[in-house]
Design a protein around this ligand. Structure first.
Ligand code: SF4
Length: 385
């Protein structure tokens, strides 16, 4: 999608998956009369637009650098931009980011932002780990994938986020960290929503995040996670980012139960797509595996899991289930979590056990949103930093 027409430079999402809606159209992008939200556009799109208005290509680069690298939104401060162009810019673009409802900080250093978008809320989480500050961003409000263990999956898809709403999550976090001399080092598309169900906005955001004249985040520091929309996995490969797959079961029978998407694209199709990703990119895949007591945490299932993935260069993140009301699932005991991990290690797997972080600020995906529901008084935690 470009400013001028919707055909060029678009990712053929709808062509690939007939029954998954293509990313919602962005009427704002094609209105010729209104100003445009600057944050919705990649640099090539801005260049194309400004060229169509009779400006030189480098003008787009100048403004892009001011906005993303120097975090300046006031055109008058863009000192190397000509006066005439500075005067015209407000007739072309405005700056609109999602509103921050609250910013919370956990005792363990995890931070969480709740953003309001058209009266709905989405979450963004910052997870500190050694020398990394990883930002987990949301791509949708609600989610249609209906994974049984997931809090967000209980809410049907309400909205796919636009590029600006995704980028806004990053900018709010980065602006906040910058005050402390810190910066986001890694980004994972693992928040609310299935990123590949909103592929166009997600991959445009990645182009903005990666752009050397702006945020300049290495593609290898960005991970896109999927529940298993197999035909769209090549888009991750093409984007040069890392792939994470929410696997969560050692076989089709259990995966059909915990992740309904498996009935459409089963484990064998999913693993073949992962192998293809590795062949093309040379990047190991991360498999996420939620341990559900009595369902996915048995030792013979650790062996079954290993047999499933052993020929895919990968690491396995095991995640003890984060209990929430009405889930119907339980968290395994610490002993069975360790036993599961040890069995995988014994077999030769590269396994990481994810600590549960930010429990005091509802860090499990969708929990804070649910707690809030438009009622700040429900946040019985200390807002702010
Ligand atoms: S785990 Fe991810 S894909 Fe599955 S329902 Fe939750 S948000 Fe959607």
């Amino acid at each position: 999608m470009t400013l001028q027409n919707e055909e060029s430079n678009s990712i053929p999402v709808a062509d690939v998956v007939a029954d998954i809606d293509a990313a919602e159209s962005l009427p704002e992008l094609v209105q010729e009369t209104a100003t445009r939200n600057f944050y919705e556009y990649s640099l090539p799109e801005l260049e194309e637009f400004l060229i169509s208005r009779g400006h030189k290509k480098f003008r787009a680069q100048q403004v892009f650098k001011w906005v993303y690298e120097k975090r300046v939104e006031d055109y008058e401060q863009m000192s190397n931009v000509s006066k005439a162009f500075r005067a015209e810019l407000p007739t072309l673009f405005h700056f609109a980011l999602p509103k921050i409802v609250t910013e919370l900080k956990s005792k363990d250093g995890t931070r969480k932002w709740l953003h309001e978008i058209d009266g709905m809320t989405v979450e963004t989480v910052l997870i500190p780990n050694k020398d990394r500050l990883t930002l987990c961003v949301s791509s949708e409000v609600g989610c249609n994938m209906a994974c049984r263990f997931c809090f967000t999956g209980k809410q049907k898809l309400k909205r796919r986020l636009t590029t600006g709403q995704i980028i806004g999550q990053f900018l709010h976090a980065q602006d906040s960290l910058a005050k402390e001399g810190l910066r986001v080092t890694n980004i994972v598309f693992m928040g609310m929503g299935e990123p590949l169900d909103n592929a166009e906005a997600v991959f445009r955001s990645i182009e903005i995040l990666h752009q050397p004249n702006g945020i300049n985040m290495s593609r290898k520091k960005i991970t896109v996670s999927t529940s298993g929309i197999v035909p769209l996995i090549p888009l991750v490969t093409k984007s040069g980012t890392r792939l994470a797959v929410s696997l969560n079961a050692p076989n089709n029978e259990i995966r059909d139960f915990v992740m309904p998407i498996n009935k459409k694209w089963d484990v064998w199709q999913l693993l073949e797509a992962c192998r293809e990703h590795y062949r093309e990119s040379g990047d190991r895949i991360t498999f996420e595996y939620v341990l559900l007591k009595g369902i996915t945490d048995k030792l013979d299932q650790a062996r079954e899991l290993w047999n499933l993935v052993r020929d895919v260069p990968c690491k396995i993140n095991i995640i003890p289930f984060n209990e929430h009301p009405g889930s119907g699932f339980e968290r395994p005991t610490p002993e069975s979590v360790i036993a599961f991990q040890q069995e995988l290690i014994r077999l030769g797997a590269h396994v990481l056990l994810r600590r549960t972080m930010g429990r005091d600020i509802f860090a499990a995906c969708g929990q804070l949103t649910s707690k809030y529901e438009g009622r700040p008084d429900r946040l019985d935690v200390q807002p702010g930093l």
